[in-house]
Design a protein around this ligand. Sequence first.
Ligand code: NAD
Ligand SMILES: O=C(O)C(=O)C[C@@H](O)[C@H](O)[C@H](O)COP(=O)(O)O
Ligand code: ZN
Length: 377
Amino acid sequence: MNSHVTPAAERKVRVDLGDRSYDILIGPGLIAAAGKEIASRLKGRKMAVITDENVAPRYLQPLMASLNENGIEAVSLALPAGEKTKSFDHLIPVCETVLGARIERNDAVIALGGGVIGDLTGFAAGIVRRGSRFIQIPTSLLAQVDSSVGGKTGINSPHGKNLIGVFHQPDLVLADTDVLDTLSPREFRAGYAEVAKYGLIDKPDFFDWLERNWQAVFAGGPARIEAIAVSCQAKADVVAADERENGLRALLNLGHTFGHALEAATEYDSARLVHGEGVAIGMVLAHEFSARMNLASPDDARRVENHLKAVGLPTRMADIPGSLPPAERLMDAIAQDKKVKGGKLTFILTRGIGQSFVADDVPSSEVLSFLKEKHLQ
Ligand SMILES: NC(=O)c1ccc[n+]([C@@H]2O[C@H](COP(=O)([O-])OP(=O)(O)OC[C@H]3O[C@@H](n4cnc5c(N)ncnc54)[C@H](O)[C@@H]3O)[C@@H](O)[C@H]2O)c1
Ligand SMILES: O=C(O)C(=O)C[C@@H](O)[C@H](O)[C@H](O)COP(=O)(O)O
Ligand SMILES: [Zn+2]
């Protein structure tokens, strides 16, 4: 993998979906260049920019200036930051802002922010006028490597994560890597969990490379851009092969069945647990559960845990501050998972590092006794 590291220049990944194909541009300076990139690709000249209150003071003005300089008229809305914003309460003002600005179908709705803003804004774009054009300008590592790509949009319910939403692909993704310098270390680590996920799904060489190069990824520069580009290419390949998660795409859910249950159990309180942290704990649990089912070696679970711990991520349920509900309550959230078929649980399990697979019909009694055991560890 060392040979993959190239100088910090702009990279392009194409998501191949026939007449809904789009580019992901990755590199420095893309917010300043956004107006030009958008104007050269889209006909519409009216846009609504949705962002959050952390991102707005840093990056909204440069984006609005770039749009205006390129003949695009834009309105904006800044929402509170954090997972609780992915709710019906905040969906309403997004839809009303878009409609109030008379954004037509061929104009566009722009998400400027992390995965929360991307998922919420994408959902609004998917339902306003039964589908409006949508541009992702992801500003967190997590959003640049995962949530801005692939068209899953939506909001949370007390019943579980992302249970209300639509598939709605963006028309363009602009990942400005300069903005990652203002992300908090905790949020950078959370995004890194999704980067490591691609290695653990089916790229053992990439996982090896991350074990050796993670400090360089955290430091910035070419290794960081490389990790983002490899992640986007991995996701683009899966989405192009199975856009609506009829099979293969479920692999991108590695660690998420446990992780989402933990997010619901902590009531989407970002102070206690953010999505990437839930995924980190969930990926360790998925490897441990695979070992318990005699599918993989316990050494692989230890290796995954050691790496995630080394970067500073939580890896155990006991790492989550505050108390958790009993294992039976976690099972209620797991039963609402979108991968459940005919009441039977589907998990992403593994035969080793980079050898994940979709396991249908996982016995819930096994999962419950595993969770009871892991609850206090
Ligand atoms: N649609 C998908 O395919 C997909 C994939 C993965 C995750 N998700 C969803 O994404 C969400 C998590 O996304 P996230 O981790 O980006 O969370 P987030 O959107 O809450 O952003 C994390 C925090 O960082 C702040 N922030 C963002 N960019 C910043 C910057 N450049 N400088 C300073 N602060 C910045 C935000 O204001 C927020 O406080 C979850 O809801 C998860 O379910 C969706
Ligand atoms: O894009 C996908 O497919 C994923 O599963 C990516 C995940 O990282 C992401 O968190 C996604 O939102 C989870 O999907 P869900 O269908 O379980 O809500
Ligand atoms: Zn995720």
